[in-house]
Design a protein around this ligand. Structure first.
Ligand SMILES: NC(=O)c1ccc[n+]([C@@H]2O[C@H](COP(=O)([O-])OP(=O)(O)OC[C@H]3O[C@@H](n4cnc5c(N)ncnc54)[C@H](OP(=O)(O)O)[C@@H]3O)[C@@H](O)[C@H]2O)c1
Length: 135
């Protein structure tokens, strides 16, 4: 059975990805910041495993890597991201630009244990924008 890991699956695009992979018979590791209140993610059917992950928390990331230490991840999708409304710029950069690299690095051993080894990083203009007017 193929396995997907969806980082940031509590709502929006990540939730729908988790739903569709699970409906297609994949094993789905889905991360959320609120596993005790999973909302719609908790109502999905299929082979789903929920993990707590705030992408800026090293302890959460270490626990996630340990949880899949014996598994291969065929498709790793880093979907978690924020808009810049109401958040400090350094926080936005940590979540949108730094976390995808740190999370990928932590889960790389599991990704390399699979055959297809597919990595998907959801991007946005927010993760790429360089605001020259601020300098
Ligand atoms: N929708 C669009 O039109 C669009 C366009 C371009 C790019 N994108 C990108 O596509 C991705 C998903 O977009 P979306 O519209 O589905 O976004 P969304 O509905 O706001 O969902 C964002 C997801 O990321 C999670 N998340 C945010 N910050 C996190 C953190 N610090 N640690 C862990 N999880 C975190 C959220 O969890 P919580 O529920 O806990 O907040 C949620 O599951 C984002 O990376 C976004 O930048 C979207």
């Amino acid at each position: 059975m193929p396995t997907a890991m969806i980082i940031g699956a509590s709502r929006g695009i990540g939730l729908e990805l988790a739903r569709q992979y699970a409906a297609d018979g994949w094993r789905v590791h889905a991360t959320t910041r609120t596993p005790t209140q999973p909302g719609k993610l908790g109502a999905l059917t299929g082979d789903l495993v929920l993990h707590e992950l705030e992408v800026c928390r090293a302890d959460h990331l270490a626990a996630l890597a340990t949880a899949v230490a014996q598994e291969g991840i065929d498709v790793l999708i880093h979907n978690a991201g924020v808009s810049d409304r109401g958040l400090r710029r350094d926080v936005v950069m940590r979540i949108n630009a730094e976390a995808p690299l740190v999370v990928t690095q932590a889960l790389l051993p599991a990704l390399l244990r699979s055959t297809p080894k597919r990595l998907v990083l959801m991007s946005s203009q927010l993760g790429a924008r360089c605001d020259h007017s601020a300098s």
